[in-house]
Design a protein around this ligand. Structure first.
Ligand code: C2E
Ligand code: MG
Ligand code: MG
Ligand code: MG
Length: 302
């Protein structure tokens, strides 16, 4: 009896696993198809100089996929699938091409006097497999030049994990592109490879302080100025300053977090307090208005 029940349970579990596997396979096939049609879109989140109002400095390009039946699927979900199916290099290349095309459009409008502001550069996320792929640097150069841009119009965001997985190969590629003007940022800084020793040898321009550190920032905790989260953030900022690196605080949602990161000396901030990632039309509208943003605390007013 018990055995039969157990058998039944196994069958159910089995079904569940099979169902999930089928769903994953289908998503991968659909993503491959969407990529081949260029149907994966790109939104842009402003990176701002904080203030009242804040001013757009640059943009981060973030991929957006709306599945025909399942609706919007967050990148964290499908990128993991895409990684397993080796679709990430194609995804990254597609996002780079779209981002370059859009930035070139805004540059041209700016030159024609139709946009008062153009971002200093656009940042794209580059996963470890893309970076390690044969011909990555040549592909980036081709795309950038094809859009009529220069490498200095581009920032490559890489994670510590990507760098650690194949440090030597990554170094060479990043060094080469950086020598010709590309910027390099370490994304989600503080969450990956924990040794700081590698930092001083890397061809890097900016550190992006991960959202998980920013989330816990308070102006004062139990009467103590800032508490442990602030101490960690302060250490990262001071490390960056010592190494001559720029700092971007990610995931700033509240006025309090904003006050702390500004007090620590972050010259650039990215977060919902200033703007969510925007479709290109909304972003163009923002640039048309001079790229000025007023902080809107999350949860207030919305
Ligand atoms: P990321 O590169 O660290 O990008 C920042 C993520 O934080 C974005 O999530 C952004 O929408 C979100 N974010 C920004 N401000 C706030 C805030 O104030 N609060 C909160 N809660 N979230 C905020 P998104 O767009 O869902 O992307 C997630 C991750 O997916 C990215 O993290 C990046 O690692 C990856 N990704 C996105 N686009 C691409 C791409 O084209 N290629 C690759 N390889 N990875 C990508
Ligand atoms: Mg990023
Ligand atoms: Mg990040
Ligand atoms: Mg991330």
């Amino acid at each position: 009896e018990a055995k039969a029940a157990g058998g039944g349970r196994w069958t159910l579990l089995d079904e569940d696993v099979r169902h999930r596997a089928r769903r994953a396979l289908r998503l991968v096939a659909d993503l491959r198809e969407a990529l081949s049609r260029g149907a994966v879109d790109v939104h842009y989140q402003p990176i701002v100089r904080p203030g009242r109002p804040a001013q757009v400095l640059s943009l981060e390009a973030l991929c957006r996929w709306t599945h025909p039946e399942l609706g919007a699927i967050p990148p964290d979900t499908f990128i993991e699938l895409a990684e397993r199916a080796n679709l990430v290099p194609a995804l990254d290349a597609h996002v780079l091409a779209v981002a370059c095309r859009d930035l070139a459009t805004w540059r041209a409008a700016h030159a024609a006097g139709d946009l008062p502001l153009t971002p200093t550069h656009v940042a794209v996320n580059v996963s470890a497999v893309s970076l390690a792929a044969e011909g990555f640097a040549a592909g980036v150069r081709r795309t950038v030049a094809g859009a009529g841009l220069q490498l200095s119009d581009l920032c490559l965001e890489v994670t510590e994990t990507a760098l650690a997985s194949d440090l030597r190969a990554c170094r060479t590629v990043l060094e080469e592109l950086r020598r010709d003007g590309a910027r390099v940022a370490i994304d989600d800084f503080g969450t990956g490879y924990s040794s700081l020793a590698y930092l001083k040898d890397l061809p890097v321009d900016h550190l992006k302080v991960d959202r998980s550190f920013v989330r816990d920032l308070r102006t004062a905790v139990d009467g103590v100025q800032g508490g442990p989260a602030r101490a960690v953030a302060a250490a990262v900022v001071s490390l960056a300053r010592t190494l001559g690196l720029g700092i971007v605080a990610e995931g700033v949602e509240t006025l309090e977090q904003d006050a702390v990161v500004r007090d620590l000396g972050c010259e650039a901030v990215q977060g919902w307090l200033y703007s969510r990632p925007l479709p290109r039309e909304a972003l163009a509208e923002l640039l048309r208005g001079g790229g000025l943003l007023h902080p809107l605390p999350q949860g207030a007013g919305a």
